[in-house]
Design a protein around this ligand. Sequence first.
Ligand SMILES: [Zn+2]
Length: 201
Amino acid sequence: MHIYKDGEKSKGPCETCRKLVSTTFRYAPLNYGGRVIPDVLQDFCDACGSSVSIPQQSSFVVREYRRAQYNHSLEFRIPPHHRDILIAIGMTHNISHKPNTLFRIISELYLSKISLPQGQKVKKKILSAMGDDLAKGASKSRLSCLFPDTAYSALRDISEEANVKTSSIAKGIIVTAKYDILDNLDKELAKEFEELAAERL
Ligand SMILES: [Zn+2]
């Protein structure tokens, strides 16, 4: 990996200037998913000042920042066949075979939708999946994972609003994912799952 330094000169295509321009690497705040990460090395166009690219070394800074946001450690007890569902989803999509990792990604996928306009539909789907036959069974397996702020507050909101335990919601999410992603009944969502996994792993 080539490591660039603050103030180093380079060249690159600028989308704003629509041509190859000379550039300078500088540490500056980076907008990332609605948040600002301070001090990320970026390559700036000398003519218009826009950020032209982000060097590889900065992708690690971004990844570390994202990791640090996973700060709510949660534990759930689930039926063993839920662990199997998670592993089956992970293996059929070539993502991971670790139930904890898979649950973190799957729950983030669903919980991030709750705050969107179509969120009510997703919430209903998860709550009704809690009554599905697949949601039943002695909870002998354990899941433990780190939740990002947004997913954690969405989980707490549904839990309070519907007056159900967070572990029941976890089961509802796994059963919903079984139909949507493992059985591929929601092809668009299955694709979103793969994209989110690629981003998170
Ligand atoms: Zn430019």
